[in-house]
Ligand binder design. Structure first.
Ligand code: PAF
Length: 289
């Protein structure tokens, strides 16, 4: 089992001791690779840990359900929390330390007055449905980065808008940290792995595949232009009554803004939909010729 620290002072001491030990053992400058999670770990998270192992001699995984990224309409208490199960999942993964703080450790004054603003892109797509979500994400990621002081942070492509915004924050605020983005891990039928998939019943699980089918259809229509891409995705979603699409869009990966009609080049098709009561997101790279 990885060693667990619940306090900031504790995780910093563990990392410092491990660095000193590695230096004594002959590693000149041990690198810290960090994976931030909210727990409920699955194979998608383990792909992030695997990449982190390649990038750092010390791998830190945080498990913290961050209250400030949940809007008042979202059920923070419903988010799955099972530290023992998460630690069992991390067993043998090469994780050196787990940082599992309490909300009081991270927000000793209940919340924080100083907030990282996710700006314009933070208000689009996920940010439009979930007001303040990305300010909460960036604020906690900045706090965790200052606590752990990693050389590398590893995020998943599954949360493409989050990865984009974290990357921009690291650059805008001059964090000396590089970001790696790992491809989405999918079930055999194409459904992107998500901690929320566990809320789907059997019928919903079958219907949820519509999200990746929409992205496939978008990719197949990409040669015909953006209108054809949107029409192709829409026609797939219309065939599944259990799925209510929240948004489907095509963005420029360099700006995360919707592409213009005359845009040519790599793009990211993004989708969010409710399947029953569960909200899922997915995305896929396409090429607009
Ligand atoms: O992707 C997540 O699990 C969360 O948004 C993160 C990055 C751990 C911040 O709370």
């Amino acid at each position: 089992m990885p060693v667990v620290a619940e306090t900031i002072i504790g995780i910093r001491a563990l990392i410092a001791e491990e660095k000193a030990r590695l230096v004594d053992a002959g590693t000149m400058s041990p690198r810290v690779a960090f994976v931030a999670t909210m727990g409920a770990l699955h194979a998608g998270h383990m792909a992030l840990v695997k990449r982190a192992r390649k990038r750092g001699e010390i791998v830190v995984v945080s498990i913290f359900v961050n209250p400030t990224q949940f809007s008042p309409t979202e059920d923070l208490s419903r988010y799955p929390r099972d530290l023992a199960a998460d630690l069992a999942t991390l067993e043998g993964s090469g994780t050196t330390f787990v940082f599992a703080p309490t909300p009081e450790e991270i927000y000793p004054h209940a919340t924080t007055d100083t907030v990282v603003s996710a700006g314009r892109v933070g208000g689009l797509f996920e940010g439009r449905t979930r007001a303040g979500h990305f300010d909460g994400v960036l604020t906690v990621v900045a706090k965790l980065a200052n606590i752990i002081r990693p050389d590398v942070m590893v995020f998943g492509q599954k949360d493409a808008q989050q990865a984009f915004l974290v990357n921009r924050m690291l650059s805008d605020l001059n964090f000396p940290i590089s970001l790696e983005v790992v491809p989405t891990v999918r079930e055999d039928d194409g459904l992107a792995l998500s901690s929320r998939n566990r809320f789907l019943d059997e019928r919903e699980r079958r219907a949820a595949i519509v999200l990746s089918h929409m992205l496939e259809a978008a990719g197949s229509a990409a040669d015909l232009g953006i209108d054809a891409v949107i029409a192709a995705a829409q026609s797939v979603s219309m065939g599944e009554p259990l799925v209510t699409v929240d948004y489907f869009g095509v963005v420029n990966p360099a700006t995360f803004l919707p592409v213009d009609d005359d845009y040519r080049g790599p793009a990211t098709a993004i989708v969010a939909a409710r399947v029953g009561a569960t909200r899922l997101i997915d995305n896929e790279g396409i090429y607009l010729a």
